[in-house]
Ligand binder design. Sequence first.
Ligand SMILES: [Zn+2]
Length: 325
Amino acid sequence: MPKAELHLHIEGTLEPSLAFALAERNGVVLPFATEEELRAAYSFTDLQSFLDLYYALMAVLRTEDDFADLADAYLARARRQGVRHAEIFFDPQAHTARGVPVGTVVDGLTRALDAAPRRHGITTRLIMCFLRDEGPEAALATFESARPYLDRIAAVGLDSAEVGHPPAAFREVYRRAREAGLKCVAHAGEEGPPAYVWEALDVLGVDRVDHGVRSMEDPELVARLAADQVPLTVCPLSNLRLRVVDRLADHPLPAMLEAGLLVTVNSDDPAYFGGYVDDNFTAVRDALGLDAETLRTLARNSFRASFLDEETRARYLAEVDAHRD
Ligand SMILES: [Zn+2]
């Protein structure tokens, strides 16, 4: 099924094999002797324990080539999963904190993204995320340092440890992003409460909410999201792995669809969470008993919720309608 992926952290596509290859290329010593030992470390208990490993492994990403290779490896896999359009997050602060300039990151990623239509038949957008646990001042400094590259960036986002870091603190950087003509998204309502989703909507003015599954605890919020058709980028295998839900069969995805929400299915950090986007589609189909028409709705939603121009969006929607299993 042709689909768009709208919630994908490029750093979260770093597979153990590529991590070891880049470590060797850059002379970085990883705290794991083998790929098997590294894979065994992927038994997270919550968001923070995942983030600790995630940031540790980023040490292997140093040069423009590293970022280009990382993005190209994702795009090749994504194509095999039916992805026709990808809107890709990156975290400049995770790299600038290690002395890698933001220009190196953007140049490497856009080299792979620019080649993607030809090499993989995938169109792309790039979304620059702020690490919320680093605070609003750091986000502002990051935004200003990235100004020379904004013509290659479609939107800003907000990610990393959610609880204790409400969206409202980032009002000013989102105002500047909108002023610069960028779209806005934010992670909210993953581990954080529905109040964070309200803030993302009303204080940051986001065009899309990333995750948002806890919105279901607040009927007034559900009504608002449905009325405005605010897209939600849901990540089922991520929710399972980080214990947002105990079992995939308990996932609120069917209830969200039933409530008329514009829900999409995405992979978040697929190298760490046990599956790329089509693996997520298959997992929810099997665990939640979604029928073929519901899966087609999810695929249609992914293009409806994208930042594509109308002509390209219509072309992709026609591909979904024409698709037969
Ligand atoms: Zn995410």
